[in-house]
Structures are given as structure tokens and as C-alpha cells.
Ligand binder design. Structure first.
Ligand SMILES: [Zn+2]
Length: 423
């Protein structure tokens, strides 16, 4: 028997309060009942009852010691982050990464397959389904249930509609209901988001952004994109295009872009453009350390470019420094608007110190003085791994619906019972 609060924000559905309690427990290590009463604004008896149900259902664990403010440490509850698994997929330009993680962000498995996203939705979605099925089949017996799948896609995304919106250079993906198609094929809940947003959440979950609330995460890979973390939350904007800095036109270039316009940042500083220019340099004998690494791949894989950079190739170095300066100029405007405390560079080329150095000096040299004060520019220590992980964790939020929590609580079983089991 569930008691309904007679008034307040959670009166329409008591499990909205349960959902809020789980969300708060996920954000904090340990949370006490009185902190939950303060944070939700709900009455004491109703909070205590909801917490009791969630503990009985195995979604919260009781008895953890909260931080003491003097005297005996109060007892609190923690989210049962190891009780359920999530699959994360990052569809990048040339590969698909798949991870299986628990809600605490601990990875159980990780893998990657080659894929050309511009070949279109059908072959890519088939490859995603095969890779996810293989990852789930590889879990050891007795593993916690897999609750759902998160997918990061390399373009602006409408998470509600579950599709990419006007993806630059990939017109055949526009409006394709990726979440619904994958959900039908896999028999699991699927949530999609922009891959740079997912990367930002992945970095956040692993403590890479600790102490920072306003962060710009910039991916420099085949293209260029950014995620804006404002006051600790992803800012998507009206059409999901927030952070789409790769397609800002700079006005000093007429290079044609995959989006159909000219002069975009990505058309001169993105990985595809740089790879093309690097090959031309190598042919002219101006990239001596890159030349022996090149094979028949046209344009070359970005990690080949990254290797030449790491070896100190002068031609590739100059190319990437110039790209970093262009990216830094755009980020100086972003800094003037957002005033972040941290900029994180990721992606195959973004983690290069050559690029980061050029971005850092141009950004700090052009940002408004106050916005540039104490602004840190760092490379990601996780590299590509954070995209798939963050996609999984974003899906994990969506899966904890009030309706599903009700079914877990009312099933009379402990833990994240999947639908089939509960029936
Ligand atoms: Zn463009």
C-alpha cells in the first residue's frame, strides 16, 4: 500500500518522489534521510516511507556512514550502483565503441569495431546491433541485468525523438529514428544523445572534471564539436545544436564544408581536412616522419596522424598548430559567453599536446580578461573511452522512470528486476 502525499510537487505520482530520491542518491556518495527531506521539500514521513520501499526493493542500500559534522557520523543511504548494467555505444566517424558498465561507471567490458558512419544508417545500425549483442553475450553468468542502451551519435541529436537532426555531411541520417530502430532490434530501452555531450558525462563520472561546474568539452576528431556543461548540467539548446562549434563560419576561409557551406571551423581544422593536407605535405617531402607511416587508406586514419605528431613531424606539427589556433579563436568567444573554469580537449587529435598548446595560447590570448582568468585548458586522460561510457550513464538516467521504479518496488523482489522476470 503506497501512501500518496496530498499536496506538493510529487502528489500526482508518488514514484516521482522515489525517482527524485534515487537521482539525489546517485549524485552524492551517501545521503541521509534529513538531507533528502531538505532536497525534495517533501514531508518527513513520506520521504522515510519512500526510502524504506527503495531499500526493500534493493535499489538503495541502507546503513552507510555519511560525512560527520562533529559527533557520531549519521547513517545514510547509497544508490545500488552495482545492481544493474548499462550498455554504452559511441558511433564515431570511423568506428563504433561499445562498453558495458554498472551505474557507478565501473566498466565490465569494452570493445571497438571499425565502421564508416557516412555509409548510411542501415549498415551502421546493423553493426551496432551485432556489437551490442556480442558484448552482452560475453558477460559472465550471474551478471546483474542489462537495463538499457545509450548511444552517442556524431551530430546534433533530438533525445526525445531519438534521432539526429540535420547531421552535417550525413543527410541520409536526418530524422532516422535510431533509438526506436535499435530498441526494436535489441529488445531494450535505447536512448540517444550527441556524442560530445556523452563524452562530457563520461569525463564527469570518472572524476576528470572534479571541482568544476562550468566546463567546455571539445572533441577534435574527424570533425569538431563541443559540449557545454553549465552549473554541472549538459546544456543542449533549442535544437540540440549547443556546442556545434565545428560549423561556425570564420569568414577568412572559403574551404567547402561537409555541411554544404564554406569556411566552417571543421573544414579547415577538423581531422578529415588535416589528414588530407598532411598527405599532400608528405607527397611534397615536407612531412618526413609521416610519409613512412602512410598506407593505402585515403585519407589516412587519424591515429596515423597522431603518431606522426607524437614523433615530432615538423610538417604535421605546423598543420596541427595552425588548426589549434583556429579552434582557440572560436573558443575565446565561447569563453566570453560561458565563462568556464575548465576546457577539456578530447578526440584523436584533441589529446595531442601540440594541438592543446596552440589552443591554450590562442584561447587565453583572445578571451576577455576576466573570462580567461584561472581558465584551465587540459587534454582528456581518458581519450576516446569516455564517449561510450557517458552514453551509457545518460541512458541510465532516462531508464529510472517513475513507472519502472513502481514496477520494481511492487514486484516484491529485490534488485533491478527486468520486465520479463517481473511478468
Ligand atoms: Zn560546416
Amino acid at each position: 500500500m503506497v501512501t500518496r502525499p496530498t499536496s506538493g510537487p510529487f502528489s500526482s505520482n508518488p514514484f516521482l518522489l522515489s525517482r527524485r530520491i534515487l537521482a539525489i542518491a546517485r549524485e552524492r556518495d551517501v545521503v541521509t534521510r534529513s538531507e533528502l527531506i531538505d532536497a525534495t521539500g517533501a514531508g518527513k514521513s513520506i520521504v522515510v516511507q519512500r526510502v524504506g520501499e527503495l531499500v526493500a526493493a534493493g535499489l538503495l542500500r541502507d546503513g552507510a556512514k555519511a560525512a560527520s559534522t562533529g559527533g557520531r557520523a549519521p547513517q545514510g543511504v547509497t544508490f545500488n550502483g552495482t545492481g544493474a548494467l548499462l550498455v554504452g555505444v559511441h558511433v564515431a566517424a570511423s568506428r563504433i565503441d561499445v562498453v558495458i558498465t554498472d551505474y557507478d561507471g565501473r566498466r565490465r567490458s569494452a570493445g571497438s569495431v571499425a565502421n564508416d558512419v557516412t555509409a548510411g544508417p542501415a549498415p551502421t545500425l546493423e553493426a551496432v546491433v551485432a556489437a551490442v549483442r556480442a558484448a552482452i553475450a560475453g558477460l559472465p553468468p550471474g551478471s546483474p541485468p542489462v537495463l538499457g542502451v545509450g548511444v552517442g551519435l556524431p551530430a546534433p541529436v533530438d533525445p526525445e525523438a531519438g534521432c539526429m537532426v540535420a547531421p552535417p555531411g550525413m543527410p541520409e541520417w536526418d530524422g532516422v529514428p535510431v533509438a526506436a530502430l535499435l530498441g526494436d532490434a535489441l529488445g531494450l530501452d535505447v536512448h540517444v544523445d550527441n556524442d560530445v555531450n556523452a563524452t562530457a558525462v563520461g569525463e564527469l563520472s570518472l572524476g576528470q572534471l572534479a571541482g568544476h561546474r562550468d566546463v567546455v568539452v571539445v572533441t577534435v576528431a574527424a570533425g569538431i564539436g563541443a559540449a557545454l556543461l553549465l552549473d554541472g548540467r549538459i546544456h543542449r539548446g533549442r535544437h540540440g545544436a549547443a556546442g556545434d562549434i565545428g560549423h561556425v563560419a570564420l569568414g577568412d576561409s572559403r574551404v567547402a564544408c561537409s555541411c554544404g557551406r564554406t569556411g566552417c571551423l571543421a573544414a579547415s581544422a577538423g581531422g578529415v581536412a588535416l589528414a588530407r593536407e598532411a598527405v599532400a605535405l608528405a607527397r611534397e617531402g615536407r612531412a618526413p616522419l609521416l610519409a613512412p607511416l602512410l598506407d593505402d587508406a585515403e585519407p589516412p586514419e587519424l591515429d596515423v596522424l597522431a603518431r606522426a605528431l607524437a614523433l615530432g613531424d615538423p610538417g604535421v606539427g605546423a598543420l596541427v598548430r595552425r588548426a589549434g589556433e583556429r579552434i582557440g579563436r572560436v573558443l575565446a568567444f565561447v569563453a566570453g559567453i560561458v565563462n568556464p573554469s575548465l576546457v577539456v580537449l578530447t578526440g584523436e587529435l584533441g589529446t595531442s599536446e601540440v594541438l592543446a598548446g596552440a589552443v591554450r595560447s590562442t584561447l587565453l590570448g583572445n578571451a576577455p580578461v576576466l573570462a580567461g582568468r584561472d581558465l584551465l585548458v587540459r587534454t582528456s586522460r581518458l581519450g576516446a573511452a569516455s564517449g561510450a561510457l557517458g552514453a551509457a550513464l545518460l541512458a541510465g538516467d532516462e531508464i529510472l522512470t517513475a513507472d519502472r521504479i513502481r514496477r520494481w518496488v511492487e514486484s516484491g523482489r529485490s534488485g533491478f528486476v527486468v520486465e520479463d522476470d517481473a511478468a
